[in-house]
Design a protein around this ligand. Structure first.
Ligand SMILES: NC(=O)c1ccc[n+]([C@@H]2O[C@H](COP(=O)([O-])OP(=O)(O)OC[C@H]3O[C@@H](n4cnc5c(N)ncnc54)[C@H](OP(=O)(O)O)[C@@H]3O)[C@@H](O)[C@H]2O)c1
Length: 350
């Protein structure tokens, strides 16, 4: 039987980095990883440095991928202009899928990473727990553009699609605008060294609302699962750790991990507080022999302000994925502490 050949787009990101590593470790996939930077992980895969926003670059560099069976689209670009944000993210998906559809007659499946923002979680209170069949929120969303294009394109193709809707993906990655665990790890470490209070920095209501996140490893396994099950074809699935938590419960354990006193919640803009400590981070790197990363490579400051500003519950129903056969679950509190410990072990934080 021919081996499956996976193309993972966005291989240096907090989603794609883990998916690349996971697929490469199974022994059942040949993996081609795409990104502009070289992924900083080991394993058996081929990397192609390609600019997905440049259709000519895609055609030139990917034309020889004639036996690709699965495309996993985990690429993402942040743009402050909402219209450009939609256009750029959709164009990258289109460039990649059109190029590989033309190059590989073996293409069987295209997987797309979406998120809870599909339900309008970023706009205000929304129906929770959010289910996949709930109506779309009013207004624009680049996930709508991407999925609509994919669905329409699939009609003309021999392949199927799936989409995953995770929330607050946590893992190790450099330069990701959204990486909650790494942001918290950097925040706690800086508070420890400067003596600043390690306070919950957001809206008072956020302290007690229900929240959720998704472990990058669990997400990688869920994506492989749904992309290889006929029953999942042409559908979307929520995937989170499967639990919910309140920052008021988790914060004392995080303070304990960083060795800082538990502080009272106190509004603070991380996008101002953290960049002002960039040189203190450089000192920490030298003093503790940490990996030579700048603060802005590790922490997406604005994402923290966004996460902690929500005054409403953020809960996805993961029952559909469970009913279709993906039953894995992770304790989010334990996951955060485990990831902080892994960052320490990897000399990312002191
Ligand atoms: N992170 C979260 O908490 C979260 C939560 C829910 C949903 N999501 C969704 O998950 C999806 C993936 O996001 P993510 O957070 O995993 O992304 P990420 O960590 O920011 O990674 C983005 C990836 O895209 C690649 N990329 C960007 N522009 C590119 C270009 N022009 N050419 C080639 N590669 C390019 C980057 O590689 P190079 O820079 O090396 O090129 C990187 O590998 C997005 O749709 C996002 O909305 C994320």
């Amino acid at each position: 039987m021919n081996r499956s050949v996976a193309v993972v787009a966005g291989a240096t990101g907090v989603t794609g980095r883990y998916l690349t590593g996971h697929l490469a470790s199974t022994g059942t996939w040949d993996v081609v990883a795409l990104s502009r930077r070289v992924p900083d992980i080991g394993g058996s895969f081929r990397h192609v440095s390609v600019d997905l926003s440049d259709v000519q670059d895609c055609r030139t560099k990917l034309a020889d991928l004639r036996d690709v069976t699965h495309v996993f689209y985990c690429a993402f670009v942040q743009d402050a202009d909402a219209e450009r944000h939609r256009q750029r993210n959709t164009a990258m998906l289109v460039n990649l899928v059109e190029t590989l559809d033309a190059a590989s007659p073996a293409l069987r499946h295209v997987h797309l990473v979406e998120g809870t923002k599909w339900y309008g979680s970023h706009l205000g209170p929304f129906t929770t727990p959010a289910k996949e069949h709930h109506p779309r929120h009013a207004g624009d969303n680049f996930y709508f553009d991407q999925q609509d294009w994919l669905e329409a394109r699939q009609w003309k193709s021999g392949w199927t699609w799936t989409a995953v809707r995770p929330h607050a993906i946590c893992g190790l990655s450099l330069g990701s605008p959204m990486n909650l665990a790494l942001l918290l790890a950097v925040y706690g470490s800086l508070c420890k060294t400067t003596g600043e209070a390690f306070c919950h920095p957001g809206a008072p209501e956020n302290w007690t609302t229900l929240y959720q996140c998704t472990d990058s490893g669990l997400l990688a396994r869920a994506i492989e699962w749904m992309a290889t099950r006929d029953a999942c074809a042409n559908q979307a699935f929520n995937v989170t750790n499967g639990d919910v938590f309140r920052w008021s419960n988790v914060w004392p354990r995080m303070a304990d991990f960083f060795g800082v006193p538990m502080a009272k919640p106190s509004p603070r803009k991380l996008a101002e507080f953290l960049p002002a400590l960039a040189s203190r981070w450089d000192e920490l790197v030298k003093a503790h022999g940490l990996q030579p990363y700048r603060l802005d490579q590790l922490a997406g400051y604005a994402f923290g302000d966004f996460v902690f500003s929500a005054r409403w519950d953020i809960i996805s129903d993961v029952g559909k994925a469970r009913r279709y056969g993906f039953g894995e679950a992770v304790d989010s509190e334990e996951m955060l502490l485990r990831q902080f410990a892994a960052f320490r072990e990897a000399k990312i934080i002191p």
